[in-house]
Design a protein around this ligand. Structure first.
Ligand code: SAM
Length: 444
């Protein structure tokens, strides 16, 4: 059983996420390093924190059924500890005596002696049923209220359930699988940056080559920074979907020059690093642009030419680039696996606010492309307003652009038709990737 300092670390991350709006992915790794929590203990802490936050909506419904007052009246620190205990009981196969005993200890150490009896009583009640048993008790009937069931059983806010259901279109029967995939920890996937590292090198370091991206290798676990190619910046950690959309842009057929590439929304630089390596192999050059200076600085570690500019008011001449990537700021509803707290923080109104920016960024990116040049419009969201809506709106007001067929540019990928002909939509439950959307547009 991991020592209590592991659960103490998990509790402290939950506190930072709740009190300071911190991001799990930014807070957890340095905290584990600072407390010298490594190996299996680090993996346990990561699953404890991420799983607890992802499923918070469900765990709160379970706890509400076992507490005799509204959860809002429970001390927030005690509630965090109860959520951690509930995740261990219902999803981590920690024996009841260990999950309950360590949570009661945690409450005593972090909050005080008084609420420890309460925590003990509540968790003993939670331990009476398994996860499925609790879902049957606290979620609406899936037959009569499928979206209400999905909201509670898979712990997603209602508006997210509705947006994802809509984005599945005529495959709405996959909703449960999609939402369940959002609750799984994503595999750690590496990219072998072309010309700098090889897939064979990463396989020799213990990874498994993927059949979808020709540069992707998945790791069985452990710390990716321990792989020498990653430590040296020749390889990186990158979702396979991100690799696929970047290579699709690089592989699109092009007549004429192929030397000037642009990434208009480059920070923190994952796709820019891959595109820069591919451009360099062909004797070309990538210009990476990013609005926020601190994110532009991150891009610089892997890309030589980086500028801090607003992609809606570009500093480059129109009609000059052969290939352009617009990886637009988006709701991120396709990457919920990776950002445990994101689903609870975002609002439906965020999408409405993003769409005009996405349209303008795509418009300016099309201006930047030369006649015959190709533009990839990418989101890590499958929400139709951000994908189909943006592309259709921009196509409707321009007569110098057409939509290319992107599907043949992802030869290892099947069953990924997007919401407009020729577009691609990847899915966590079908492809094991983030739900990346890709449209390839061509200037003429
Ligand atoms: C989805 S992220 C890009 C991720 C990046 N391509 C990668 O693979 O690492 C979108 C980025 O667009 C940037 N951004 C937002 N508005 C922008 C604008 N008007 N011009 C340029 N970049 C912008 C955000 O700061 C953010 O870094």
């Amino acid at each position: 059983m991991p020592a209590d300092r592991v659960r103490g670390a998990a509790y402290d991350v939950l506190t930072a996420v709740r009190e300071q709006d911190a991001y799990t992915n930014l807070v957890l790794p340095p905290l584990l390093r600072a407390r010298q929590i490594t190996g299996r203990d680090a993996a346990f802490a990561t699953e404890l924190v991420s799983g607890t936050i992802r499923r918070q909506g469900l765990y709160d419904a379970v706890l509400a059924a076992n507490v005799d007052r509204p959860l809002a009246k429970v001390d927030p620190g005690v509630l965090d500890a109860l959520r951690l205990g509930t995740h261990q009981l219902l999803a981590m196969r920690v024996p009841t005596h260990a999950a309950v005993g360590t949570t009661v200890d945690l409450v005593r150490r972090k909050v005080g002696h008084r609420p420890s009896g309460f925590a003990n009583a509540v968790l003993r009640k939670v331990a009476r049923h398994d996860l499925d048993g609790w879902v049957r008790r606290v979620a609406p009937d899936p037959g009569s209220d499928p979206l209400g069931y999905a909201e509670v059983a898979h712990a997603h806010p209602r508006w997210v359930v509705e947006a994802l259901a809509e984005s599945l279109g005529d495959r709405r029967d996959e909703l449960d699988a999609l939402l369940a995939a959002d609750n799984d920890a994503p595999r750690v996937t590496l990219v072998a940056r072309p010309g700098l590292a090889t897939v064979d090198e990463l396989v020799a370091a213990g990874g498994t080559a993927s059949r979808q991206s020709r540069y992707a290798v998945t790791l069985p676990g452990g710390d990716p920074a321990a792989v020498p190619a990653v430590a040296e910046g020749r390889a990186g950690v990158q979702d396979e979907g991100s690799q696929l959309v970047a290579t699709a842009l690089a592989d699109a057929a092009l007549d004429g020059t192929d030397a000037r590439w642009l990434d208009t929304c480059a920070g923190p630089g994952g796709k820019a690093a891959l595109l820069a390596a591919l451009a360099t192999e062909r004797g070309g050059l990538l210009l990476a642009a990013e609005l926020q200076h601190h994110r532009a600085v991150l891009v610089r570690s892997a890309v030589p030419r980086v500028v801090t500019v607003d992609g809606t008011r570009p500093a480059w001449r129109s009609g000059t680039f052969d290939r352009v990537m617009v990886d637009a700021p988006c709701s991120g509803l396709g990457a919920l696996r990776r950002r445990p707290e994101a689903r609870w923080r975002k609002q439906a109104a965020d999408v409405d606010g993003l769409v005009p920016l996405q349209e303008t960024l795509l418009d300016r990116a099309l201006d930047a492309a030369r006649p015959g040049g190709v533009v990839a419009y990418v989101t890590c969201s499958p929400v139709l307003a951000e994908t189909r809506g943006v592309v259709a709106a921009v196509l409707a007001r321009r007569d110098d652009v057409r939509l290319d067929d992107a599907a043949p540019l992802l030869p290892g990928v099947t069953d990924a038709a997007g919401p407009l002909p020729g577009t691609v939509q990847l899915w966590p439950h079908r492809h094991g990737t983030d739900a990346m959307f890709l449209a390839l547009l061509r200037r003429h």
